[in-house]
Design a protein around this ligand. Structure first.
Ligand code: NOJ
Length: 556
């Protein structure tokens, strides 16, 4: 049944900056990760995904790489990173890191040379990036080549006077896009990848992988996403990396590519293909967008959550990869709200039950789990009241947009508290000590005040904690090889509850959950006579499911 080691892996994503500060500077670091390896082991985690650890001016918390060969000073040294690899391997854990290939920092030496005609290496590096002279208006002033909008809001073009041209950046203006048509540039990136592999890295998560190719005709359009997303030629680049590096080095490759079609998903990560081993697609992540909201539009527009949409999205991806590839199971990563606040209920009386219910809905399905730090203790969205509490570069361009659309400050702040990426980036809550035990000094971004009750230490002391539930679920997945199962029954309709059945290695299971804050009468979809209750997150009564109750029944 098992072909690859990662098919029964349990992956845990670490956002370094917010995970654990070992040297009292308010910023998480690599030694801080090493301190928590035993904790991660207790969660049955055997693979760590480390978000960018490279030297960076941190405009986008490390996704803006200044030096691919250096560890960010505030995170530690290369020696620390080597120790992390060693300690992880000694504990039978693999390490995968983020690989940011679509862009660099504007402080990367390549871009410094590229933007400056007087630089001795200008000629070589200019073409590593994407330039356009733009147009002149009637007054003879430069005008942007197109109206394309960056993923962080605002134009993708910024003017560089010394070259009298615009450079392209589909994220922040401090993240110029690389020109993947340039072979010399690709060769340099490939040597860099091999360098990390030689250091002992077991794989990568490929950032923004579907954006590597652009439409070089630069047609005018707004927002123009189709001109820098999922263009056919980006597969050639990924294939080149796969052939030369990923496959020969036997790496685990997880690609980030939102919005892939079925055919494309299999091209990325089907068993017959080999660009990636797994795909992060975000199919179920934004199913509650209110398209009528004009003040805070797009992902910022919080609408009603329909469980049926979440279930369909999950099933869609299970079916795409069934027998043809491998599925990933995750609620969210560092770019999304916290799942208990987003799809569950973070009110004190419902938080624990709803977090366990959501975990059960997801982690009984086929594929490899990727748990995002803090999810396992039910960390919530932030409680920030000041705009300056937020730190994400995206927040500030988008806040300005909300104001332009006529939103009030309060409406804008609520949109941020509901949807901003910072919700997932507040410091990890370890204890009820000051700064949540994340640091002994004031952290780089504020701790959420509920840390006094929501923290790892409290969860470890409580047999009924969300953490204990995650430990149980992960153990169960391992014992029963749940990742290899395929639902024998899966209820798609109904917004109030989910239900599915599966066959584990030694038993059959029926799983059900109440997605609402009300008791729910129910009839089992299978004959429970031949089953016993294996796990429940609340005190169960025979015929009603308590608010957010979830149950797992096991065949006798
Ligand atoms: C996707 C990453 O997950 C996100 O955090 C980052 O801002 C962009 N790619 C740009 O690297």
């Amino acid at each position: 049944m098992k072909k690859y080691w990662w098919q029964d892996a349990i992956i845990y994503q670490i956002y370094v900056r917010s995970f654990n500060d070992s040297n009292a500077d308010g910023i998480g670091d690599i030694p801080g990760i090493i301190e928590k390896i035993a904790y991660l082991k207790s969660l049955h985690v055997n693979t760590l995904w480390i978000s960018p650890h490279y030297d960076s001016p941190m405009d986008d918390n490390g996704y803006d790489v200044r030096d691919f060969f250096k560890v960010a000073e505030e995170y530690g040294t290369l020696e620390d990173f080597k120790s992390l690899i060693k300690v992880a391997h000694d504990h039978d854990m693999k390490i995968i890191t983020d690989l940011v290939l679509n862009h660099t920092s504007d402080e990367h030496p390549w871009f410094i040379a590229a933007k400056d005609p007087a630089h001795p290496d200008h000629k070589k590096y200019h073409d590593y990036y994407i330039w356009h002279t733009g147009f002149k208006n009637d007054a003879g002033e430069p005008e942007r080549p197109t109206r394309w909008i960056s993923w962080f809001g605002g134009s993708v073009w910024d003017y560089n006077s010394p070259t009298e041209s615009y450079y392209l950046h589909i994220f922040s203006k401090k993240m110029p896009d690389l020109n993947w048509r340039n072979k010399a540039m690709r060769e340099e990136l490939k040597s860099m990848i091999q360098w990390w592999v030689d250091l002992g890295i077991d794989g990568f998560r490929i950032d923004a992988s579907n954006h590597l190719e652009k439409n070089w005709e630069f047609p005018d359009d707004e927002p123009g996403y189709q001109h820098f997303s999922s263009l056919p030629k980006h597969h050639d680049y990924l294939q080149e990396l796969a052939d030369e590096l990923f496959i020969p080095n036997n790496l685990l490759i997880i690609g980030e590519a939102g919005g892939a079609s079925k055919q494309e998903a299999l091209q990325y990560a089907g068993f017959e293909s080999n660009e990636f081993n797994m795909l992060i697609h975000f199919g179920h992540v934004w199913v509650d967008v209110d398209d009528s909201n004009r003040l805070t539009p797009g992902k910022w527009a919080k609408g009603e959550v329909h469980l049926s949409r979440i279930k369909s999205a999950l099933k869609h991806w299970i079916d795409i990869f069934h027998e043809k590839g491998w599925n990933t199971l995750y609620w969210h990563n560092h770019d999304h709200p916290r799942v208990v606040s987003h799809y569950g209920n973070d009110a004190p009386e419902h938080r624990v039950a709803s977090a366990k219910m959501l975990a059960t809905l997801l982690y009984g399905l086929p594929g490899t789990p990727i748990i995002y730090q803090g999810e396992e203790i039910g960390m919530t969205n932030v409680d920030y009241t000041e705009l300056s509490d937020f730190k994400d570069v995206e927040v500030f361009t988008e806040y300005d947009n909300f104001m332009r659309h006529g939103a009030s400050h309060e409406v804008a702040m609520q949109a941020l508290r509901d949807r901003a990426r910072d919700n997932a980036r507040s410091p990890m809550q370890w204890t009820n000590e000051p700064f949540a035990g994340f640091s002994t000094v004031s952290p780089w971004m504020p701790v959420v005040q509920n840390y006094s009750t929501i923290n790892v230490q409290a969860a470890q002391k409580d047999d009924h904690s969300i953490l204990a539930w995650y430990q149980m679920l992960m153990q169960w997945r391992k014992d029963e090889a749940i990742g290899f199962s395929y639902p024998t029954f899966y209820q798609l309709d109904r917004d109030d509850r989910f239900a599915y059945s599966l066959k584990g290695q030694s038993h059959a299971y029926y799983i059900v959950g109440n997605f609402t804050d009300q008791p729910l009468d129910w009839d089992a979809d299978v004959d429970l006579e031949s089953m016993r209750l294996f796990a429940s997150n609340t005190q169960t009564s025979e015929d009603a499911l308590a608010p957010y109750e979830t149950r797992i029944y096991q065949s006798l």
